[in-house]
Write a protein that binds this ligand. Structure first.
Ligand code: GDP
Length: 301
């Protein structure tokens, strides 16, 4: 149900166009596929991905001898679900059953990193885990305060230094505190300034090295947060970060705020990074594990 509500904008735009298309055509032909292609591109599915989907749908239509547009419509949702079911463990986070789990969050400013950390802290607490937050974005003015606000909402503590401090030192202290308190999950925020990419990537590497040194096997997840409303920008950020840090999963935020939810398909098809979580609103409960079937249901029902 969360997916249905959260994907409403995409669904209204995408599904209504597909329905309209199905009504207008008597049989599945070249023009039909061309229009379908345009509809998908306008939902930000991404040209590359769209062409692959259309090719596969044409195959399906040929081999099953489908002429009726309505019949092809169910093949469309089948195809999309299949595509999302690709390899990778979408949706599930690598949370250790014993010992401390460390999750590192990366992503550019404004994508919803702090919000996601707050939401996830809340969820983990509801699951009976103890959680600590590390205020590793010491660069952006207000970032530490904002994380503290989320810490209060989720009722978890935040370890912080002054603005401008070394993020690796913040994370080091947070690990020490987490160990001393026997915390289950440590969620680490990081800076997201893009003005100086090389410095940012070096900083993230340094933070990661500290985590690796202090907690064997950690970080257990490096989650890249991207804003779905930015469409192809989100894709480019995923490519950039994916190259320089070992991203283990994606968080796609603000799916509720866009008619271009198709970006999920593009990212899933064109990159080899699983989608772990999706943000479907601004409230503390508006974070969901990514579920391919529910996603397609939310898109099409
Ligand atoms: P950060 O700079 O990456 O830490 O971004 P923030 O966490 O401060 O979020 C930036 C803005 O996006 C805030 O106004 C959030 O309320 C909003 N936001 C974050 N996630 C979502 C989401 O899933 N849906 C919607 N509609 N807004 C979101």
């Amino acid at each position: 149900e969360k997916f249905r509500t959260g994907l409403e904008k995409t669904r209204t735009s995408f599904t209504s166009k597909v329905n309209d298309l199905v009504k207008r055509y008597r049989k599945v032909d070249e023009d039909f596929f061309e229009e379908l292609e345009e509809i998908m591109i306008s939902a930000d599915v991404g040209v590359h991905t769209v062409l692959d989907i259309i090719d596969e749908l044409k195959d399906v239509a040929r081999t099953r001898n489908i002429q009726d547009p309505a019949e092809l419509k169910s093949a469309i949702s089948e195809k999309l679900a299949q595509m999302l079911h690709k390899e990778g463990n979408d949706g599930s986070l690598n949370i250790q059953s014993s010992g401390m789990t460390v999750i590192l969050f990366v992503g550019v400013n404004g994508v919803g990193k702090t919000t996601t950390i707050g939401k996830l802290a809340h969820q983990l607490k509801n699951d009976g885990k103890s959680v600590l937050l590390a205020a590793g974005d010491t660069f952006r003015a207000g970032a530490i305060d904002q994380l503290e606000v989320w810490g209060q909402r989720a009722d978890v503590d935040v370890i912080k230094h002054q603005e401008g401090a070394d993020p690796a030192a913040v994370v080091y202290d947070s690990i020490k505190a987490a160990k001393a308190r026997g915390v289950d999950v440590l969620l680490c925020d990081t800076a997201g300034r893009l003005q100086n990419k090389v410095n940012l990537m070096n900083e993230l590497e340094k933070v990661k090295r500290v985590i690796q040194r202090e907690v064997p096997g950690a970080p257990h997840e490096v989650l890249l947060v991207v804003d779905a409303t930015t469409g192809q920008n989100a894709m480019n950020q995923a490519k950039t970060f994916g190259q320089s840090t070992d991203v283990t999963g994606l968080v796609l935020t603000k799916l509720d705020g866009t008619a271009k939810g198709g970006i999920v398909l593009a990212i899933r098809h064109e990159l080899d990074i699983p989608v772990k979580l999706v943000g479907l609103g601004e409230k503390i409960d508006d974070l969901q594990p990514f579920d391919p079937d529910q996603f397609v249901y939310g898109l099409f029902s």
